[in-house]
Design a binder for this molecule. Sequence first.
Ligand code: NAD
Length: 332
Amino acid sequence: MHNVTLIPGDGTGPELINSVVKIFKAAQAPIKWEIQEAGLKTFEQSGNVLPEEVLASIRRNKVALKGPLTTPIGEGFRSVNVALRKALDLYANLRPAKSFKGIPARYENIDLVIVRENTEDLYAGIEHMVGEDAAESIKIITRKGSERIVRFAFEYARKHKRKKVTAVHKANIMKCTDGLFLSVAREIAGEYPDLEFEDRIVDNMSMQLVKKPELYDVMVMPNLYGDILSDLCAGLVGGLGVTPGANLGTEIAVFEPVHGSAPKYAGKDKVNPTATILSAVMMLSHLGEEETAQRIHTALAAVLAAGKSVTYDLGGTAKMSEMTQAIIEKMS
Ligand code: NAD
């Protein structure tokens, strides 16, 4: 039995997490959930979006599954997601984008992996007003941060028998910050002669991904480009409802969908649980529970391929709970 911290999250988060809990119960997954609240709920109760108990629970269990957490734009608290990643030093954000049979998308055989640096760049949160009419934000890129994320990408590529790693940057303009990231990427690439390496400027990469996604494999990049390109890749495989993610450190792993809390659909039993279920499947693989992971994955893939019990974003009319039930029935 594995102890896992479970953060239901905000907006549609609790419903999505409930879908996973039901599926795991039906699959008899050997998981003992430890529920921890964070985000808007705890902010209203105690003024703290990320209570120390949540961090302590994740540090103890080493593994967590979380629903999305809301971050109001502009005023209010800083992103709790960013705070969580920084507090636990979850430096690698792994975001696979893979086609599924039955999911309507522009391409059929997409199999891309984004490795996003998760702790530096413009997300360092060093931002201030300069007088009333100007503002500054500082972009941080370090050798240590670049080395570990690029090495993570190469190790991932090797372990998963991928062929190529592409470093994404804007070193032509940001010669110091992205220049450092690129030169570190080139150095580390030399340690992996078995894998192909190339680099792309982020604007060109965006165009290439839309036109010729089959040319790419594993991509590694600083935080902000990773945030943007992972949504682009989600769009290539059917949208935010289907793309999972993992935030990984040296010891701790927090799994969550790429998408946000979709607050306008909260409580409506409407959004697609696929991204959260796939994040939970990644978590099972991480825990070495490959057989249960495969069983859930196969049932989900069958429901998606049949196309009947799927949610609105995939062209269906099923509620989230109906899609969840259909997946459970496929497992029995
Ligand atoms: P969002 O991902 O919540 O929604 C973007 C669009 O995708 C919306 O149209 C939404 O309805 C749709 N969508 C999202 N998830 C879906 C699903 N499972 N099925 C079907 N459609 C889905 O992004 P947003 O509106 O920019 O952000 C809402 C809130 O979420 C913000 O407060 C943001 O800060 C937060 N957020 C949190 C995380 C996280 O917790 N990791 C990530 C991104 C955004």
